[in-house]
Write a protein that binds this ligand. Structure first.
Ligand SMILES: Cc1cc2nc3c(=O)[nH]c(=O)nc-3n(C[C@H](O)[C@H](O)[C@H](O)COP(=O)(O)O)c2cc1C
Length: 175
Protein backbone atom coordinates (compact mmCIF):
# COMPACT_ATOMS: atom_id res chain seq x y z
CA UNK A 1 0.00 0.00 0.00
CA UNK A 2 1.40 3.41 -0.92
CA UNK A 3 1.39 6.22 1.64
CA UNK A 4 -0.98 9.10 0.98
CA UNK A 5 0.81 12.36 0.18
CA UNK A 6 0.69 15.10 2.81
CA UNK A 7 -0.41 12.61 5.42
CA UNK A 8 2.00 12.18 8.34
CA UNK A 9 2.97 8.73 9.51
CA UNK A 10 1.51 7.84 12.87
CA UNK A 11 3.51 9.65 15.55
CA UNK A 12 5.36 11.64 12.87
CA UNK A 13 5.76 15.37 12.59
CA UNK A 14 2.86 17.44 11.32
CA UNK A 15 3.23 18.48 7.67
CA UNK A 16 3.62 22.08 6.55
CA UNK A 17 0.41 24.18 6.76
CA UNK A 18 -2.04 23.39 3.97
CA UNK A 19 -2.33 26.31 1.50
CA UNK A 20 -5.85 27.69 1.37
CA UNK A 21 -5.99 27.15 -2.41
CA UNK A 22 -5.32 23.42 -1.89
CA UNK A 23 -7.90 23.32 0.90
CA UNK A 24 -10.49 24.98 -1.34
CA UNK A 25 -9.74 22.49 -4.12
CA UNK A 26 -10.21 19.61 -1.71
CA UNK A 27 -13.50 21.05 -0.43
CA UNK A 28 -14.67 21.48 -4.03
CA UNK A 29 -14.82 17.67 -4.19
CA UNK A 30 -17.24 17.51 -1.26
CA UNK A 31 -20.76 17.29 -2.63
CA UNK A 32 -23.04 19.63 -0.71
CA UNK A 33 -26.73 20.39 -0.46
CA UNK A 34 -27.54 24.01 -1.23
CA UNK A 35 -29.66 26.22 1.03
CA UNK A 36 -30.81 29.83 1.17
CA UNK A 37 -30.65 31.33 4.66
CA UNK A 38 -33.18 34.13 5.12
CA UNK A 39 -34.13 36.66 7.76
CA UNK A 40 -36.52 39.62 8.03
CA UNK A 41 -37.69 42.37 10.31
CA UNK A 42 -40.40 44.98 9.57
CA UNK A 43 -40.56 43.91 5.93
CA UNK A 44 -36.80 44.19 5.38
CA UNK A 45 -35.73 40.84 3.93
CA UNK A 46 -32.22 39.48 3.40
CA UNK A 47 -30.71 36.15 2.44
CA UNK A 48 -27.65 34.31 1.19
CA UNK A 49 -26.87 30.97 -0.43
CA UNK A 50 -25.02 28.61 1.93
CA UNK A 51 -23.72 25.05 1.84
CA UNK A 52 -22.01 25.09 5.27
CA UNK A 53 -25.18 23.91 6.98
CA UNK A 54 -25.69 20.94 9.29
CA UNK A 55 -27.90 19.65 12.05
CA UNK A 56 -26.54 20.01 15.57
CA UNK A 57 -28.98 18.07 17.76
CA UNK A 58 -32.45 16.57 17.50
CA UNK A 59 -33.61 17.15 21.09
CA UNK A 60 -33.93 20.08 21.09
CA UNK A 61 -33.82 20.35 17.28
CA UNK A 62 -30.90 22.64 16.44
CA UNK A 63 -29.06 23.65 13.27
CA UNK A 64 -25.81 25.44 12.55
CA UNK A 65 -24.69 27.54 9.60
CA UNK A 66 -21.19 28.94 8.97
CA UNK A 67 -21.36 32.46 7.51
CA UNK A 68 -18.50 34.75 6.47
CA UNK A 69 -18.17 37.74 8.80
CA UNK A 70 -18.53 40.18 5.87
CA UNK A 71 -21.99 38.86 4.93
CA UNK A 72 -24.72 41.50 4.91
CA UNK A 73 -27.27 38.84 5.82
CA UNK A 74 -25.25 37.75 8.86
CA UNK A 75 -25.53 41.21 10.41
CA UNK A 76 -29.30 41.12 9.94
CA UNK A 77 -29.64 37.60 11.36
CA UNK A 78 -27.80 38.77 14.46
CA UNK A 79 -29.96 41.91 14.75
CA UNK A 80 -33.25 40.09 14.12
CA UNK A 81 -32.53 37.00 16.23
CA UNK A 82 -34.18 34.69 13.69
CA UNK A 83 -33.48 32.91 10.42
CA UNK A 84 -34.90 30.24 8.12
CA UNK A 85 -32.84 27.58 6.32
CA UNK A 86 -34.48 26.80 2.97
CA UNK A 87 -33.10 23.58 1.44
CA UNK A 88 -33.26 24.10 -2.32
CA UNK A 89 -34.97 21.76 -4.76
CA UNK A 90 -33.47 20.78 -8.10
CA UNK A 91 -35.57 23.49 -9.75
CA UNK A 92 -34.08 26.28 -7.62
CA UNK A 93 -30.67 26.86 -9.26
CA UNK A 94 -31.64 30.39 -10.33
CA UNK A 95 -32.52 31.20 -6.70
CA UNK A 96 -29.15 29.82 -5.54
CA UNK A 97 -27.26 31.98 -8.03
CA UNK A 98 -29.14 35.15 -7.10
CA UNK A 99 -28.65 34.64 -3.35
CA UNK A 100 -24.95 33.92 -3.95
CA UNK A 101 -24.66 37.43 -5.40
CA UNK A 102 -23.92 36.20 -8.93
CA UNK A 103 -26.53 38.48 -10.52
CA UNK A 104 -25.35 41.60 -8.70
CA UNK A 105 -28.51 41.81 -6.56
CA UNK A 106 -28.47 42.61 -2.84
CA UNK A 107 -30.98 42.44 0.03
CA UNK A 108 -34.65 42.73 -0.94
CA UNK A 109 -33.87 42.67 -4.69
CA UNK A 110 -32.86 38.99 -4.39
CA UNK A 111 -36.48 37.99 -3.60
CA UNK A 112 -37.68 38.77 -7.14
CA UNK A 113 -37.30 35.11 -8.15
CA UNK A 114 -39.20 32.36 -6.31
CA UNK A 115 -42.51 32.21 -4.45
CA UNK A 116 -41.86 33.54 -0.93
CA UNK A 117 -44.10 33.23 2.13
CA UNK A 118 -43.50 33.99 5.82
CA UNK A 119 -42.46 31.51 8.52
CA UNK A 120 -43.56 31.39 12.19
CA UNK A 121 -40.57 33.54 13.17
CA UNK A 122 -41.29 36.01 10.34
CA UNK A 123 -38.36 34.81 8.21
CA UNK A 124 -38.96 34.33 4.44
CA UNK A 125 -39.84 30.78 3.33
CA UNK A 126 -39.33 29.57 -0.24
CA UNK A 127 -42.49 27.67 -1.25
CA UNK A 128 -40.54 25.26 -3.50
CA UNK A 129 -37.97 24.32 -0.81
CA UNK A 130 -37.50 20.68 0.19
CA UNK A 131 -37.20 21.81 3.82
CA UNK A 132 -37.64 25.04 5.69
CA UNK A 133 -36.04 25.04 9.14
CA UNK A 134 -37.51 28.07 10.87
CA UNK A 135 -35.09 29.03 13.64
CA UNK A 136 -34.69 31.23 16.69
CA UNK A 137 -31.08 32.40 16.95
CA UNK A 138 -29.54 30.96 20.12
CA UNK A 139 -25.79 31.56 19.75
CA UNK A 140 -23.10 32.94 17.46
CA UNK A 141 -19.45 31.84 17.78
CA UNK A 142 -16.62 33.52 15.88
CA UNK A 143 -14.04 31.22 14.26
CA UNK A 144 -11.40 32.54 11.84
CA UNK A 145 -13.17 34.33 8.95
CA UNK A 146 -16.59 32.93 9.78
CA UNK A 147 -19.29 32.95 12.43
CA UNK A 148 -20.99 29.74 13.48
CA UNK A 149 -24.66 30.63 13.68
CA UNK A 150 -26.70 28.29 15.87
CA UNK A 151 -30.48 28.15 15.87
CA UNK A 152 -33.26 26.24 17.58
CA UNK A 153 -35.80 24.95 15.06
CA UNK A 154 -39.25 26.27 15.98
CA UNK A 155 -41.11 25.06 12.90
CA UNK A 156 -40.59 22.82 9.87
CA UNK A 157 -41.97 23.09 6.35
CA UNK A 158 -41.19 22.10 2.79
CA UNK A 159 -42.20 19.44 0.30
CA UNK A 160 -39.58 16.86 1.46
CA UNK A 161 -39.99 15.40 -2.02
CA UNK A 162 -38.29 15.46 -5.42
CA UNK A 163 -34.69 16.15 -6.47
CA UNK A 164 -32.44 18.40 -4.38
CA UNK A 165 -29.97 20.99 -5.62
CA UNK A 166 -26.33 20.00 -5.03
CA UNK A 167 -22.96 21.68 -5.59
CA UNK A 168 -19.66 19.97 -6.45
CA UNK A 169 -16.55 21.06 -8.32
CA UNK A 170 -17.98 24.62 -8.52
CA UNK A 171 -21.02 23.42 -10.45
CA UNK A 172 -24.67 22.92 -9.60
CA UNK A 173 -26.42 19.62 -10.21
CA UNK A 174 -29.38 17.64 -8.90
CA UNK A 175 -29.72 14.47 -6.94
C1 LIG B 1 -22.96 26.93 -3.62
C2 LIG B 1 -22.57 28.09 -2.71
C3 LIG B 1 -22.45 27.88 -1.35
C4 LIG B 1 -22.10 28.93 -0.49
N1 LIG B 1 -21.99 28.67 0.83
C5 LIG B 1 -21.68 29.68 1.69
C6 LIG B 1 -21.63 29.43 3.09
O1 LIG B 1 -21.86 28.32 3.57
N2 LIG B 1 -21.33 30.48 3.90
C7 LIG B 1 -21.08 31.74 3.42
O2 LIG B 1 -20.79 32.67 4.21
N3 LIG B 1 -21.15 32.00 2.08
C8 LIG B 1 -21.45 31.02 1.22
N4 LIG B 1 -21.55 31.27 -0.13
C9 LIG B 1 -21.31 32.64 -0.61
C10 LIG B 1 -22.50 33.59 -0.36
O3 LIG B 1 -23.71 33.05 -0.87
C11 LIG B 1 -22.25 34.96 -1.05
O4 LIG B 1 -21.03 35.50 -0.57
C12 LIG B 1 -23.40 35.93 -0.83
O5 LIG B 1 -23.31 36.96 -1.82
C13 LIG B 1 -23.41 36.61 0.53
O6 LIG B 1 -24.50 37.54 0.55
P1 LIG B 1 -24.71 38.65 1.66
O7 LIG B 1 -23.41 39.39 1.83
O8 LIG B 1 -25.82 39.52 1.10
O9 LIG B 1 -25.12 37.96 2.92
C14 LIG B 1 -21.88 30.24 -1.02
C15 LIG B 1 -22.02 30.45 -2.40
C16 LIG B 1 -22.35 29.38 -3.24
C17 LIG B 1 -22.50 29.61 -4.73
Amino acid sequence: MTARPNFPAEGGLAPAPVPSVAFRQAMAQVTASVHVITTARDGHRAGLTASAVTSLSDAPPMMLVCIHHDSNTLAQIEANGLFCINTLSGDDQAVAEIFAGRKGLEGEARFGVGNWTIAVTGAPVLASALNSFDCRLVDVRTMATHRIVIGEVLALGGSQDGPGLIYRNRRFGTF
